[in-house]
Design a protein around this ligand. Structure first.
Ligand SMILES: Cc1cc2nc3c(=O)[nH]c(=O)nc-3n(C[C@H](O)[C@H](O)[C@H](O)COP(=O)(O)O)c2cc1C
Length: 360
């Protein structure tokens, strides 16, 4: 073969070998979204997030069982359904296995869950009252792996398709419904969707801006079809709605609970100051139980007729309601002994809502 032709072939081979490298560099950061799902809602949110991030940006979406290494990726999004108030075991095992490597990468956590209200306090027999719902379910995972510092976290809410739940799951959900002091939102529904669509969008846009540096996606509403469908909430009652979030304004007094839920314009710092003032003015012992970047949970205790009565109080901010403070009071004492506390809760609400801050 002539020397000139040989040289041209070698040059061509060299260019061909270089091609994949240069196109990979042009793609920018490489992401992995790994999910755990039982009934499929977490998978739908995974592909919805991928669509918001944009197909032009590299993001592998994989079931947790399909992953053997995270080495090729610059960032990892870990999505889980919620069971028993947290991400499922395979997600913990995945994080445990790759903990050292995840600590070196950009990471984001999200959950689908039934309860997306981050002011929710659960009191069930045999367990102290505690925060649940949305991002509260990620607390344990984040405390177990403090070296992994997620750039974004989210609790979206989720979907339950009642007639298709497995027998064990069905019994558990029925039991949870019986224990729910404020009522079970899924009662009478075939499909219950609690997902707050804006939370998926805020989360995916955080990945775009904080990790990829490409700014939020335009026309984001066009992608909501990943979640919405023509399936009705109930096959027998067309009036029932699939999406039934817990009301953000509610006052309930039953034998089991005094529950006051409302919203005011403001942030956590304002809420904290006003509640301290309320406690001081009314002789209430206000003890902080949990403080995160998005909520504060207090026990507010006072003696009424010689008996100490405690109300469980949470203020929170949600990613889908910028500038609004979410407020919830719960008192599980009997109606006749909690009267004084009910009056004090009303005073706290008046203070939080004052100066035109109340949101109806
Ligand atoms: C047996 C069972 C237990 C659940 N436990 C919780 C829970 O503790 N907290 C919560 O908010 N949601 C809970 N959920 C709701 C699921 O997390 C939610 O429906 C989720 O969207 C399901 O995701 P998947 O479709 O990907 O499996 C539970 C659902 C089932 C069936």
């Amino acid at each position: 073969m002539k020397k000139g032709i040989m040289k041209k072939i070698l040059m061509l081979l060299f260019v061909v070998m270089l091609l994949p490298i240069s196109s990979a560099q042009a793609e920018g950061k490489k992401g992995l979204l790994v999910y755990a799902s039982v009934y499929g809602s977490t998978i739908e949110t995974a592909y919805w997030i991928k669509a918001i991030i944009g197909h032009e940006n590299h993001l592998d979406v994989k079931s947790i069982d399909q992953v053997i290494t995270i080495d090729p990726y610059d960032y990892v999004i870990i999505g889980s359904l919620t069971r028993n108030e947290g991400p499922v075991k395979p997600v913990y095992e995945f994080i445990e296995k790759y903990r050292a490597k995840l600590a070196q990468k950009e990471v984001a956590y999200y959950l689908t869950c039934g309860d997306s209200d981050e002011t929710m306090v659960l009191k069930i027999p045999g367990k102290a009252a505690h925060l649940i719902g949305g991002r509260n379910y990620l607390k344990d995972q984040m405390e177990k792996y403090p070296k992994i510092k997620p750039v974004a976290i989210a609790g979206f809410g989720g979907r339950q398709v009642m007639p298709n739940l497995g027998t064990k799951d069905n019994i558990q959900i029925w039991l949870v419904g019986k224990l729910a002091k404020e009522g079970a939102a899924w009662e009478g529904l075939d499909i219950w969707e609690s997902l707050v669509k804006e939370r998926v969008e805020v989360f995916a846009n955080e990945i775009r801006t904080k990790i990829l540096g490409i700014g939020p996606r335009e026309n984001i509403e066009e992608l909501r079809g990943y979640w919405t469908s023509l399936q009705p909430a109930s096959l027998t009652d067309a009036s029932k709605k699939k999406f039934s979030p817990k009301p953000s304004a509610e006052h309930k007094s039953s034998k089991k609970i005094y529950y006051a839920r409302s919203r005011a314009m403001g942030d956590l710092a304002l809420g904290e100051n006003l509640l301290k003032q309320w406690a001081e003015d009314n002789g209430i012992d206000l003890k902080e139980q949990v403080k995160t970047s998005f909520n504060i949970y207090y026990h507010a205790t006072k003696n009424y007729g010689g008996e100490p009565i405690t109300s469980h109080l949470v203020i929170a901010t949600f990613p889908d309601e910028i500038g609004n403070l979410q407020i919830a009071f719960r008192c599980w004492e009997k109606p006749d002994v909690r009267k004084g506390m009910e009056a004090d809760i009303t005073k706290a609400e008046e203070l939080l809502w004052a100066d035109g801050r109340k949101i109806d």
